[in-house]
Design a protein around this ligand. Structure first.
Ligand code: GLN
Length: 285
């Protein structure tokens, strides 16, 4: 079958669910990943065909897209901060908001003296997207990354190798960690922060497919991870060390209060491109 003909059929079948634009973008993502072809190749060679076995693969992806399984899981990869990351059901799919957090950290630190070796800790690393993009973009760093999930860490390790950076991975439950005994210059975390009461705002494809361990917290103690990480940061950040968080958009005020109470200085709250309170920074002076 000609790819062009399959394209028409594929987009048609997904348009009512996703809209034509998104259905088309899925088509080209799969084309690139599975056939190693770009849009331009199809324009230049309109007679290219899909083999019977390729059609089977495409049809299987199509059926799973109809079940709202995220395209990133179906292709097993995604892009974050210009880098490729393997993803699977054990790790959260990296979000654009988190790229904004990474960008903030990089712009605050890229001018630090070249002689200074930055020690960075990422807590709840998941796919490793924060740890790896910081290691890749900040020179002279030693990045450590913790996660409670052995399976997430296995994915993060592959991502570090694939992106040619060295990260020290540690399997640990942050709620049980008392002291890491290192003088970190930067501690960063995007911990679980979605409350049950916000569950209905979460899209079905996220709810049904992404790891709840990485997403949800109890309503009555929504800041449990932040409190614990801030306590650890008081002990394990160097003098004028920086603490960064991605946060729940509805809890900006509570987060500022928490860091003030714990004596962090120069506290900054930032919005993401959607205008939601999404990240913050505090200094340990
Ligand atoms: N921002 C994520 C979402 O949209 C939640 C990430 C998290 O809980 N850390 O689902």
């Amino acid at each position: 079958m000609k790819i062009k003909e399959y394209r028409t059929q594929f987009i048609q079948e997904l348009t009512s669910m996703y809209g034509e634009g998104e259905a088309e973008s899925f088509f080209y993502l799969i084309l690139e990943e599975k056939q190693q072809l770009k849009r331009i190749d199809l324009a230049l060679q309109p007679d290219l065909v899909l083999s019977a076995s390729a059609i089977k693969v495409w049809n299987s992806i199509l059926e799973q897209l109809k079940l709202e399984i995220p395209i990133q899981y179906l292709l097993g990869k995604t892009s974050f901060y210009g880098l490729d990351f393997e993803v699977n059901e054990n790790v959260l799919i990296p979000r654009p908001e988190t790229e904004e957090l990474v960008d903030w950290i990089i712009s605050n630190n890229q001018k630090s003296e070249p002689s200074k070796n930055l020690k960075i800790l990422d807590i709840g690393t998941g796919s490793g997207c924060i740890a790896i993009s910081l290691a890749k973009n900040l020179p002279n760093t030693h990045v450590f990354a913790i996660d409670v999930s052995e399976k997430a860490l296995a994915t993060a390790k592959k991502n570090a190798v694939h992106n040619e950076v060295t990260v020290t991975f540690i399997e640990q439950n942050i709620l049980e960690t008392l002291d890491l005994g290192k003088d970190f210059d930067i501690i960063v975390s995007n911990p679980p922060y979605v409350r049950n009461l916000e569950k209905e705002e979460i899209k079905k494809n996220v709810l049904d497919n992404e790891p709840h361990l990485a997403l949800f917290v109890e309503d009555h103690d929504a800041l449990i991870f932040y409190r614990k990480i801030a306590e650890l940061a008081q002990k394990n950040l160097s003098n004028s060390g920086q603490l960064y968080f991605e946060i729940n958009q509805y809890l900006g005020k509570e987060m500022v209060e928490l860091l003030q109470k714990m004596d962090f200085k120069n506290i900054e709250l930032r919005k993401d491109i959607y205008g939601n309170d999404r990240m913050m920074k505090g200094l340990h002076l």
